[in-house]
Design a protein around this ligand. Structure first.
Ligand SMILES: *Cc1c(COP(=O)(O)O)cnc(C)c1O
Length: 222
């Protein structure tokens, strides 16, 4: 079913929107099934799992051109499991993490592409930055020469109410536009990662350039 699921989503997705297939909790065999159907961008949310899958695929001599996206909570002592492999860290949600990624980049002569996670859901959980915090970071953007700010990531409220989800996405979309106006010199700040299995069609109406879809491709997670 993985191939069929993937192809039916791809058919609906505008070609300029990137599909990240979220393979967390699913085995490498599932990743290869999607890979063989043409998928190249995969998302993981746990450092050890990402590093283990990269190693397993490498041992099989497969998947060398996979583009890995990291989507989960990242502790600074786990950077070495993620940053060598991730083409985009989508879930930067604290100043401490941002500083650590910049330091790792400096030590390893790399520039790391990241998204800043904006808190948009209605849940009280500390997930992502508030708008003011992101403004402060970007006004001080020169402090992070080994980080490239590529845009914003957000997760909508956990609800079936389409209006609520739509309002969450509208907020991040307009904040993104505001930032692009405010910082025209940040010419690679152009990615808006919103939309998951249950709400990606809504996200497309609010400027998504990346959607992150797991369950609708791979089925429920064990
Ligand atoms: C798990 C996860 C997804 C995918 O969720 P599905 O509902 O399975 O599509 C997307 N984004 C993040 C940040 C996730 O952790």
């Amino acid at each position: 079913m993985i191939k069929e699921n993937l192809l039916s989503i791809k058919k609906e997705l505008p070609s300029e929107v990137k599909l990240v297939a979220v393979s967390k909790f699913h085995p490498v065999g599932d990743i290869l099934e999607a890979y063989d159907a043409g998928q190249r961008a995969f998302g993981e949310n746990r450092p050890q799992e990402l590093a283990a899958k990269v190693a397993e695929l490498s041992a099989l001599g497969r998947g060398g051109d996979i583009e890995w996206h990291f989507l989960g909570h990242l502790q600074t002592n786990k950077l070495k499991l993620v940053l060598p492999y991730a083409s985009l860290v989508q879930s930067v949600d604290s100043l401490h993490l941002l500083e650590a990624i910049n330091a790792w980049g400096k030590a390893n002569s790399k520039v790391i592409d990241i998204l800043l996670e904006l808190h948009i859901g209605q849940e009280q959980t500390k997930q992502g930055f508030y708008e003011e915090e992101i403004l402060d970071i970007l006004f001080d953007g020169g402090k992070y020469p080994n980080v490239r700010f590529r845009g914003l990531m957000g997760m909508a409220s956990h609800t079936d109410e389409e209006e609520t989800v739509s309002a969450d996405f509208a907020r991040i979309d307009s904040f993104m536009a505001y930032l692009c106006d405010l910082f025209p010199e940040m010419d690679s700040f152009d990615q808006l990662s919103i939309g998951m299995s249950g709400d990606w069609r809504i996200a497309l109406r609010h400027g998504a350039t990346i959607v992150r879809i797991g369950t609708a491709i791979f089925g429920p997670r064990a």
